[in-house]
Design a protein around this ligand. Sequence first.
Ligand SMILES: [Zn+2]
Length: 303
Amino acid sequence: MAKLYYKFGAMGSSKTASALMCRFNYIQKGQSVLLLKPALDTRSKKGEVTSRIGLSAPCTTFEKDDNLLSIYESQNPKQDVVIVDECQFCTKKQIDQLRDLAEDVPVLCYGLKTNFKTELFEGSKRLLEVADSICEIKSICECGKKAILNGRFSKNHLVLNGEEVKIGGDESYKSLCYSCYKKEKEKSMLLEKVDKYLTLFKNIESAGVWNTDTSADSIVLQKPEVLYVDDVKSFISDFKDFPPKSYEATLQSMKKYKPENKDDCLALISLAIKAEKEKPGLVKSLVENKIILKWLKQIKAEL
Ligand SMILES: [Zn+2]
């Protein structure tokens, strides 16, 4: 009985090779196969499905608005089996067409489940909803755990935003387990912040102004405090929550302290922010003397 099959896996799980081996098996049994591929996949030649391990086969390429039922019907003679590679790029409508086609012939769809933002592709979502059979092609993360997510990397850093499908560019993809993905994500988020303040603090002259509320006869009514400019205010909010170590002794000589690594730098920044209450103006002097800039540079060097 014909069925709609969805075989998904992360990047590098040899989905395409599996699709090509499946095609080979059908052909060996004397069956004909219609191999389909979305035009969106530009990694291999048009009209050819190519796997990383070197297998390849001719295919029919389709566009987003093509009707897959019509493509099937236009074959003469009609093929016995339909195999779709990179099926995540199909539209919901095209998966519904494959669903109808699977009433008559087996349709096997191979592709990714989620995009680099860890969200379902349109085609994958519909397949999960309507396929008769769903099966995972497993792959391994660098750490040895099962890979479930696909990370997009640019210059060794996980990309957090952008278009779902990016053609060209110097990005690469890696399949990751959740723990490794989370670690990479945190690193990238920190880098984004560090880059932001490295630019903002480079030429900053004043981090804020002293506010000493005085009465008419110049008696100070409250403890003086610094009214920080917006850029420093957002810096304080972005960096206040890194776990501070016990640096109470260091507080006195903070400007001279040489942090050992990026976590040390983050702990120092966080400590300075928390100490602002007791030592008003501490952040002001660290920003204006470019000490924070030095720590941010040290953090960036390790990311
Ligand atoms: Zn991992």
